[in-house]
Design a protein around this ligand. Structure first.
Ligand code: BGC
Ligand code: BGC
Length: 717
């Protein structure tokens, strides 16, 4: 008897395998839970409780309805123990979680607290959960979302890993899987059980400010690393998610927008099959890895020919979102891939889609906006503060100022028949199915965890560096070449090394959030700090300093860093009007990123300043070796600007991308030969996952005429 059951089970699994490969498990899992546990809960819920499941407000939206700029909440949380839980709940507007039966909250990219520590986040998330238990007693868990895109990035002192572009360079799925596990554990420790990662974009145009969130331009690589990350995050055991819920994002075509404009239009008029082939393979991996959630992209597929009807939050073209969620899509390997978790909009996603749509059609009411998005396949709505009717104009009227208004809009959409009962049931039971399979577990002490994270972040940083040039085998450096070390450029800037999405949405310059105990926990060292540590007897100088008489070509090395300033999303676009407008409105002006008060790059060329170039020219005249490190979110142009062009005037060039808190250490290791380029077993680490441009026309025509360095390039030393 027992034997028969087993055979039956194997047979069922076998059928699944035939259709989806290993992928079938995900489908079976969430679908089965939807039909059983989730449906049972749904049937007992009131209408208000069901509507509450659709809501994903930001903490700031909740607390802004109590005080301007969440001031009371920030103060209350900062005061910590001196303030009673009831006071924090009130000051942060958490009672709305109870009142509107909210089933999920998130923190956006913003800083939120002045001192964003593990304790503060954990306390806030725990208090939110108390309100959730009161307002939604049938709901298994409150989802608490963060953007852990390269580590548990909202915490000061967190270990920051290389961004996805660097992970693409590693070509190391095991490493990425392991990273997912530890970052997942870190997120759980701070009370976040849902991570908005990984990004599965195949970035086509390097002008896109989110290029660094993309693993690379080869879909197969995006597929394998994306799947590994998701498996790591969710740490599925016995069909339960023991890590946080992962998010495959942003569905679909976010990396294929024309001119690389963030949130732009793919302007794609080819076939469905080709579109999927180019942009969809990561989602095949996501289904295979049992990704529980899918975040919808701001982008459009073909808006310019379609009167703005192809924004993904309104379903895209070909009803592609609904297709992926219902019938499934025939994948690049001929297998059928169906996503059976739940989908979530991006930040203010539905209303941003409506803005474009309304330009060509009778203006939709708020209820109609949410209904339209929901009917196109959105199951949950990420709603946030400052959502204006015209997203490019901060002074335009807001769509809503409180979560109550969103609740009312969705409820009336249902009551007026704009959302059918079966659609509501499908959305809510998809959400409840995921929740019913969650069994988050913290498995080790935080100290041990951070120790593991540091080790892994160092390994990731090592494998993510690409040696672009190494004339006369100048690298690795020999000890006797290091009596005098001249440092040029951003050698001592941790913020630049980490990039965007580091504590703050846009990141920051300098060592803010990473000093004292936070430096120890994060393992943060700049390149300069790491070199000084490893070369205790060397003398260090900066570009303008006079060198001693005994400094010669044989005992002196010049190490320069050229870098992009930190940025996130459209703030990193090159030539994107939206970004520029927003800087102006925020009072920045003149190409200054107002979030950072820094000049924004308008070109992909990185050069030495005129004075650094002059200094370097004189070192070169004395035959001193010049090593250049590049910190950037994407391949940049290094050959423009005459004497200021690093590629032509450096002996060795290392592309470091955004290597994270252990990046300084990793670089010091490669310079000194303690880690050798391409020394991993596969030999695939330390090789480019994007082509490297020589000039802007190569970027603009997507390398149809060749590249300075092709995909797969990377020297051994
Ligand atoms: C980004 C998402 C992110 C979300 C929440 C959006 O602006 O596009 O990638 O997960 O904000 O921070
Ligand atoms: C938020 C981010 C979000 C962005 C989108 C910021 O204010 O903090 O999470 O991605 O707005 O515009």
């Amino acid at each position: 008897m027992l034997k028969k059951v087993c055979v039956g089970f194997l047979f069922a699994a076998g059928v699944g395998l035939a259709i989806y490969g290993l992928e079938a498990r995900a489908d079976d899992l969430y679908q089965a839970a939807q039909q059983k546990q989730a449906l049972a809960i749904y049937q007992k819920m009131t209408l208000d409780e069901r509507i509450g499941q659709l809501l994903l407000p930001s903490y700031v939206l909740l607390s802004n309805s109590v005080s301007v700029d969440s001031k009371d909440c920030k103060n209350a949380v900062a005061d910590g123990v001196q303030v009673s839980p009831a006071q924090i709940i009130k000051a942060c507007g958490l009672d709305q979680i109870k009142k509107y039966h909210i089933g999920a909250v998130l923190t956006g990219g913003g800083p939120y607290f002045n001192a964003p520590t593990l304790r503060h986040w954990a306390a806030l998330n725990a208090l939110a959960a108390t309100q959730h238990r009161l307002g939604s007693p049938l709901d298994p868990v409150l989802l608490t979302g963060n953007d852990a895109v390269h580590g548990n990035m909202h915490l000061q002192g967190a270990v920051i890993f290389p961004h996805n572009i660097g992970l693409g360079v590693t070509h190391d799925a095991d490493l990425v899987r392991h990273m997912g596990q530890v970052i997942g554990q870190d997120s759980l420790s701070s009370g976040f059980n849902w991570v908005y990662a990984p990004t599965l974009a195949v970035a086509q145009d390097l002008r896109w400010g989110r290029t660094y969130e993309s693993f690379g331009q080869q879909s197969a690589l995006v597929k394998s690393l994306g799947a590994a990350y998701i498996e790591g995050f969710q740490s599925m055991q016995n069909n339960r998610l023991t890590g946080p819920v992962a998010t495959a994002k942003h569905f679909i075509g976010d990396g294929a927008t024309q001119y690389g404009f963030d949130e732009g239009d793919d302007a794609y008029s080819g076939t469905f099959k080709d579109f999927w082939q180019a942009n969809g393979q990561g989602y095949e991996g996501a289904v295979a890895a049992q990704a529980a959630t899918l975040m919808i992209s701001y982008s459009a597929i073909d808006d310019q020919h379609s009167q703005n009807t192809t924004r993904m939050h309104f379903g895209g073209k070909w009803d592609i979102l609904n297709q992926f969620k219902t019938t499934g899509i025939s994948g690049s390997d001929g297998k059928q891939y169906r996503f059976s978790g739940f989908s979530v909009t991006d930040w203010q996603g539905a209303t941003r889609a409506a803005y474009f749509y309304n330009l060509y059609h009778p203006t939709l009411s708020l209820a109609e906006v949410f209904a339209k998005s929901m009917n196109a396949g959105a199951d949950m709505f990420m709603v946030a503060q400052g959502d204006t009717v015209n997203p490019f104009d901060a002074t335009s009227p807001t769509n809503y100022t409180s979560i109550g208004e969103v609740f009312d809009a969705l409820k009336s959409a249902y009551q007026d028949g704009l959302i059918s009962e079966s659609r509501l049931q499908d959305a809510v039971t998809r959400i409840l199915a995921v929740k019913s399979l969650m069994q988050p577990r913290i498995t080790q002490s935080y100290d041990v965890l951070q120790q593991q994270e540091r080790a892994l972040a160092l390994r990731a940083a090592h494998e993510s560096l690409v040696l672009l040039q190494n004339n006369h085998h100048v690298l690795p450096l020999k000890a006797n070449q290091m009596k005098h070390v001249v440092l040029v450029g951003a050698t001592d800037d941790l913020g630049t090394q980490n990039g965007g999405w580091t504590v703050n949405w846009q990141g920051q310059k300098g060592d803010q959030y990473f000093t004292g105990v936070d430096q120890v926990s994060s393992g943060a060292l700049t390149l300069e700090q790491a070199l000084k540590l490893h070369l205790p007897t060397s003398q260090f100088y900066h570009a303008g300093d006079a060198l001693p008489k005994d400094a010669t070509a044989a005992n002196t090395v010049v190490i320069s860093v050229v870098a992009e300033v930190p940025y996130a999303e459209y703030m990193g676009d090159i030539g994107n009007k939206q970004a520029i407008d927003e800087w102006y409105q925020a009072g920045g002006g003149n190409g200054t990123n107002a979030y950072l008060g820094l000049p924004q790059n308008q070109s992909l060329a990185l050069q030495w300043s005129a004075s650094d170039a002059t200094a370097i020219a004189s070192f070169k005249q004395q035959d001193m070796p010049v090593i250049t490190i590049v910190y950037s979110g994407r391949p940049v142009i290094l050959s423009e600007g005459g004497a200021q062009a690093p590629l032509v005037h450096s002996d060795a060039v290392v592309a470091a991308f955004l290597p994270g808190t252990l990046g300084g250490q990793a670089l010091s290791d490669v310079l000194l030969g303690n880690y050798r380029f391409r020394s991993t077993v596969t030999g695939q680490s330390n090789t480019l996952s994007f082509p490297w441009p020589n000039n802007m026309s190569q970027v603009a025509d997507h390398f149809s005429q060749g590249a300075q360095f092709p995909i797969g390039y990377g020297l051994a030393d």
